[in-house]
Design a protein around this ligand. Structure first.
Ligand code: GDP
Length: 484
């Protein structure tokens, strides 16, 4: 049966590795483990060991383990043909476990064959293969963690840089959950007070209470808006800043890409128009993650292959959070540069004045003038750069920080919203609070207040899972990886 049976899965990557872990969770976890476990002396039963202890032994075919126990087979037995692998078995009984159920973890040798065969034996012994995310889902359904903590577990796994990791780890520990629940508790209290006023207007005056209520609503709005305001930098921190490298052919785009990558991945050639496709890579610079697309030289062309590249480059620009615009300062800028600038209007731009190691024909002043004439403003960062000499990188990192993270990257104790679902629900809660403020200002009847107050309360409850339906929960956990 779903959610009450015993499940098992490989929890580590199935690849050549030092160890692999098979996790079993559910009421029969220990019993099932006993069916495949054989201790060196053949006598130990995991059902009898203390909780949170580790045991050396062997995994054998289920029937073989049973026979061994019955006949009290001796030390020679581990050499028998039934032995699948030499293992360490951790026995952890409910409720202090990842799922809050009985959990057994079998650490075997890594590699595809050993882990797969151990899992097969465990399944043969009575466990059901777990769905992706099912262990974490059980932790949630058993009330050990809330939805924000569960989602943060996935964020920890997917973290691309240490800031994202720090934030995810803090949310695993419930920082967002506590913040949201704190506001929800106050909302519930206020709602109860309003109801009481409505029930007994003689004893409790709503009029007299209104100023206090109004200031509470303002306070919630302030707090939730502050949370919402972190969402943009949160997404960029979590998923990376989508960056497109643009510039005329030969400006040095591929060279910049390679410099950022630290290896020769893109093809660098002195012939104009050789980067024909778009190349996307995830790169970490100065602690920030950039998802960088090197675009083909943007220029009108008759060459079909190149034309497709040009189309893709335009697409990459549209999707980008940031443009690195490279200008070859050893040549003159021309109308082609002007056209590129037109194409990237409205985007966040950092101009890299590349090839400063060569004789300069286009200086910073000229670049600024052109940007200004194209209507891009006067405050675009223009950074003297050399992709071949590797100069200008520090300035680039610092410009990025200023542009996207107000110069700071350590968020310390600040809760940062990195999840699109949380962002949408925060918006919904704020929308309801806005309605509520309007109702207060226009002195609507009292029962109007509770409707909006409750819809804000419910939106926030959907973030933590207090108000989440089964479909949503299934949807969230289906995105998890196997064995988590
Ligand atoms: P792309 O067409 O914009 O991708 O340009 P590439 O990266 O292929 O570079 C074109 C040529 O310029 C190559 O020969 C590079 O070695 C050279 N190049 C790129 N950046 C620099 C630089 O900063 N200084 C110098 N001297 N040459 C550079």
């Amino acid at each position: 049966m779903e959610d009450t049976d015993t499940i098992a899965a490989i929890s580590t990557a199935v690849s050549e590795s030092g160890i692999g872990v098979i996790r079993i969770s559910g009421p029969d976890a220990v019993e099932i483990a006993d069916r495949v476990y054989r201790s060196p002396g053949g006598k130990k039963r995991l059902a009898e060991v203390d909780t949170h202890t580790i045991h050396y032994g062997f995994i054998v075919e289920p029937e073989a383990a049973g026979n061994a126990l019955q006949s009290g087979i001796s030390d020679a037995s581990e050499k028998s043909a039934d032995v699948i692998d030499e293992v360490l078995v951790s026995v952890m009984r409910a409720p202090r476990t990842y799922t809050a159920e009985d959990v057994v973890e079998i650490s075997c040798h890594g590699g595809i064959l050993a882990v797969t065969r151990v899992l097969e034996a465990v399944l043969k012994a009575g466990a059901r293969a777990a769905h992706p995310g099912e262990f974490t889902k059980r932790a949630y359904l058993n009330g050990r963690i809330d939805l924000t903590e569960a989602e943060a577990v996935m964020d920890v796994i997917e973290s691309k840089n240490r800031f994202a990791l720090q934030n995810a780890v803090s949310q695993v520990q419930g920082t967002l959950y506590r913040k949201i629940e704190e506001v929800r508790k106050e909302m519930l209290y206020q709602s109860a007070h309003i109801e009481a006023c409505l029930d007994d207007p003689e004893a409790l005056s709503f009029e007299a209470y209104l100023p206090e209520f109004s200031s509470e609503v303002q306070q919630w709005t302030k707090e939730l808006s502050a949370l919402l305001a972190t969402a943009d930098s949160g997404r960029l921190m979590q998923e990376g800043i989508r960056t497109a490298i643009v510039g005329k052919p030969n400006a040095g785009k591929s060279s910049l890409m390679n410099l950022l990558l630290g290896e020769d991945r893109a093809i660098v050639t002195p012939v104009a128009g050789t980067t024909r496709d778009v190349l996307t890579e995830t790169i970490t610079v100065g602690g920030m993650t950039l998802v960088v697309t090197d675009t083909a030289g943007i220029r009108e062309t008759d060459d079909l292959v190149e034309k497709i590249g040009v189309q893709r480059a335009k697409g990459a620009i549209e999707r980008a959070d940031l443009i690195f615009y490279l200008i070859d300062s050893s040549t003159y800028i021309d109308t082609e540069d002007q056209e590129i600038l037109n194409l990237i209007q409205g985007k966040k731009i950092i101009i890299l004045q590349n090839k400063t190691d060569l004789h300069t024909l286009t200086d910073e002043r000229q670049i600024r003038r052109m940007a200004s004439e194209t209507g891009l403003g006067d405050d675009i960062p223009v950074i003297p750069f050399s992709a071949t000499e590797k100069t200008g990188l520090d300035e680039l990192v610092s410009a990025l920080r200023t542009m996207f993270f107000d110069g700071k990257l350590l968020f310390n104790d600040e809760i940062v919203i990195t999840n699109a679902r949380h962002k949408e629900l925060l918006k919904r809660a704020l929308e309801s609070l806005k309605q509520l403020s309007k109702s207060i200002d226009s002195q609507m009847p009292e029962d109007f207040y509770t409707i909006d107050l409750m819809s804000a309360y419910e939106a926030l409850g959907e973030i933590t899972g207090q108000e989440a339906g089964e479909d949503l929960v299934d949807e969230i956990f289906s995105r998890f990886c196997m064995g988590k």
